[in-house]
Every structure is written in C-alpha cells, then in structure tokens.
Design a protein around this ligand. Structure first.
Ligand SMILES: Cc1cc2nc3c(=O)[nH]c(=O)nc-3n(C[C@H](O)[C@H](O)[C@H](O)COP(=O)(O)OP(=O)(O)OC[C@H]3O[C@@H](n4cnc5c(N)ncnc54)[C@H](O)[C@@H]3O)c2cc1C
Length: 361
C-alpha cells in the first residue's frame, strides 16, 4: 500500500510527489504516457511559478525574457520591461521529464498506465484499477489535467469552464531577435503570442470563447506576419480548465490539483503556477492531516484559499479587459500605471499582491 497515488505526472503531479517524498511518504505516480511526452503548452513560466520550485531548473530554461511587447489592432504597441526576468521560457517535454527525474531521484515510483479503468473508494484507502493491476493508496491526487478522469469521482466539479489554446513551433535563425509578444486582436476574447526560445519561436492562440479562431490557417498567417515563416511544426491544441474557485476540489481521500481542479486562470490561460502551487498544497494537506488529526480535504480547502482569491481576481480582470479591451490597453500602456505592476510581477508577486501594490497611493 502506498501513502499517496498520483494520477498525472505533469507540473501539478510532480510538485505534489516531490513534497510528499520529501516528507518521507511512499508515493506512486501513474501517467498514461511514457516520458518525455508531448504536452500542448507554450512552457512560459512566470517568476512567481519559478519561485515555487524546490529545485533549480536552469538546465531546461531556454530563454529569459525581460521585455514583453503588447500589441493590438487598435493601438500603438508598447513594451513592458523590468530588470528582472518577466517570463522563463521552457519546453514542456523537457521540463516535465526534468521534474519527474527529480521525483524518481527522491524515491518515487512511476508507472505508465495507458488506461485507468476505475477508482474505488473505501473508508480506509483508495483502489485504482488499471485492468492488469490494482494500486492501493491511502490518498489519491488527481493531477490528470483539463480532461481529468479522476474529477468524476469528486462531487460538485460541474462549474468549471474550458478555454482553449493552440500552439506550434517555428524554426528560425537567431530566435533571440524576436521579443516576447502578446497581441490582442479586436473582437476576440483572447490573444495570440510569440515566445522566443533558443532554437525556435513558439507561437499560439488562446481563446476564452471563439474556437473558430483556433485554426491552423489562422496561426500560419500569424506566423508569416510576425516571424516571416509559415513552416509550423508540432501544431497542437488542448483545453485549459478554469473556474475551480467555485468548487470544493476534494472528497474524503481524493484531492484534485492543477487543471483537473479548474485551477488555470481565465485571463491569459496561465496554468503552470497554479498547478505547481496546488500540487504543493495538496501534499501539505496530506502530510499535516496525520500530524493535526484533521481531514486532508478540509486542510486542503484552507490551504488553497489564496489560489482561489487569485483565480477570482484573474476572472474579474478577464471580464473587465475583454469587455473594454481598448480602454484597458490604453490604461495599461501608460508607464505610470504599468511600471509598479511590472516590477512586482518581475519580483514574483501574485495578482492579489499586485493589486495591493497598485492600490497604494
Ligand atoms: C496551447 C497551450 C499553451 C499553454 N501555455 C502556457 C504557458 O505558457 N504558461 C502557463 O503557465 N500555462 C500554459 N498553459 C496551461 C498549462 O499547460 C496547464 O495549465 C498545465 O499544464 C496544467 O498542469 P497539470 O499538471 O494540472 O496538467 P497537465 O500538464 O495537463 O498534466 C496532466 C498529466 O496527466 C496525464 N494524464 C491525463 N489523463 C490521464 C489518465 N486518464 N491517466 C493517466 N494519466 C493521465 C497526462 O499525460 C499528463 O502528463 C497552456 C496550455 C495550452 C493548451
């Protein structure tokens, strides 16, 4: 019997596993894919996400961006800049393999299980049936992403929203000549991005509503305009799950984390920070439950209050921004408005902390 079984070895699952193992618990990670595996994601890690990690990921950082160009079809572009890095560019196949190796080095077990058939909850433990074998653990962490299978074993998770994004790589000489860029097209609740890495540029489209804009043809045209090449490699898309601030993402012995819990933000689709943070809070709740003789689910609900507040703030910002994009962009383009925000962002502040900084006279 394991102390904890984790389904999904992405950022949330690995973060939970690492902390559980550090506390001396027996952990098994199950994933439907062998690693390295492809995951649709631009791999942009914000400073606050990087700050959470318990180990150095320098070997898998491909570029540090200190400038972000903001463009729109209606306004002159402007640049957000700080002396600190504003976004650390990674490749998800490499980042996730790197994190999984850290977990394995700590003594975690890992199994590729193509299909989880059933999850059975008993008063004392959980049984995970894969067809060929059954894994038993005291707790199960559902870290299996936006299309989570584990989610259906936790009641009340029906208030989540699935946004969507597509991405691709464009190989170019000297990608460093491109700035990180976010472009907000008019009449669309979403944006397009350009993320330079070491040997290619990652481009993509995020949409909160309109899936018709997520076509390969639209991304190819965007690449031609921005990068001067229409040679897209590895075009792929995936949902990004938000709205988790409305739900209780756990039951007696099952805890949901990351996208499985709807913990991506609804404004720009940032999910890595919330995945890592919620994975760590799930681990903390399980470790503390024994010490404090309290239910892990109750503790987890306490520990994720900050995540939920931040996610609500992001949703509120998204509603405001995508209703009045021109007014918001005009406001943000002013260095008077954005300079303090950008400095705090570069220092790894959360959105709540940034609002508190901004509201100080
Ligand atoms: C195109 C795109 C671009 C993005 N860019 C960024 C970005 O730049 N920065 C950012 O912060 N966020 C970004 N996101 C969001 C980010 O990718 C997610 O929020 C993040 O991956 C969530 O992490 P997770 O660990 O919860 O789930 P995932 O990363 O989805 O990991 C889930 C894991 O579970 C496994 N799994 C799934 N189902 C099963 C099953 N039934 N059985 C066993 N294993 C299973 C999968 O193989 C996978 O390894 C992007 C998303 C998309 C779609």
């Amino acid at each position: 019997m394991f102390d904890v079984a984790i389904i999904g070895a992405g950022p949330s699952g690995n973060a939970a596993a690492y902390d559980l193992l550090s506390a001396g618990l027996r952990v098994v990670l199950l994933d439907k894919s062998d690693f390295p595996r492809v995951k649709a994601c631009a791999g942009g890690l914000t400073p606050k996400a990087l700050n959470l990690l318990k180990y150095d990921i320098t070997p898998v950082i491909k570029k540090e961006c200190r400038k972000i160009k903001i463009t729109s079809s209606t306004r002159k572009s402007f640049i957000l800049e700080d002396k600190n890095t504003l976004c650390h560019m990674t490749r998800r196949d490499e980042l996730d393999l790197f994190s999984l190796e850290k977990v394995l080095a700590k003594g975690g077990a890992f199994h590729v299980e193509r299909k989880i058939k059933n999850v059975v909850q008993t008063p004392s433990h959980i049984e995970i049936e894969t067809g060929s074998r059954t894994f038993k653990a005291r707790y199960l962490i559902g870290a299996d992403g936006a299309n989570s299978f584990v989610r259906k074993f936790v009641k009340g998770m029906n208030r989540l929203k699935q946004n969507f994004a597509v991405e691709a790589r464009v190989r170019v000489d000297n990608p460093a000549r491109f700035l990180m860029e976010l472009e907000f097209p008019s009449l669309v609740k979403g944006y397009r991005w350009v993320f330079p890495l070491d040997d290619h540029v990652n481009i993509g489209i995020y949409s909160t509503t309109n899936r018709t804009m997520l076509k390969r043809k639209i991304l190819t045209d965007f690449a031609k305009i921005k990068i001067g090449s229409d040679r897209l490699e590895g075009f792929k898309g995936y949902p990004i799950c938000s709205g988790g601030y409305n739900c209780i993402p756990c039951s007696d012995r099952i805890i949901l984390v990351g996208d499985a819990a709807g913990f991506a933000e609804g404004f720009l689709g940032e999910g890595l920070y919330f995945a890592i943070k919620s994975g760590q809070e799930a681990a903390r709740a399980i470790v503390d439950s024994k010490r404090k003789t309290k239910s892990a689910c109750k503790l987890y609900q306490q520990y994720i209050q900050g995540i939920k507040t931040d996610l609500r703030l992001y949703q509120w910002s998204a509603n405001l921004f995508y209703t009045l994009p021109w007014a918001c962009l005009k406001l943000v383009s002013s260095p008077l408005i954005h300079s303090r925000f950008v400095k705090g962002f570069g220092n790894g502040k959360t959105l709540k902390e940034l609002w508190m900084i901004a509201s100080k006279p």
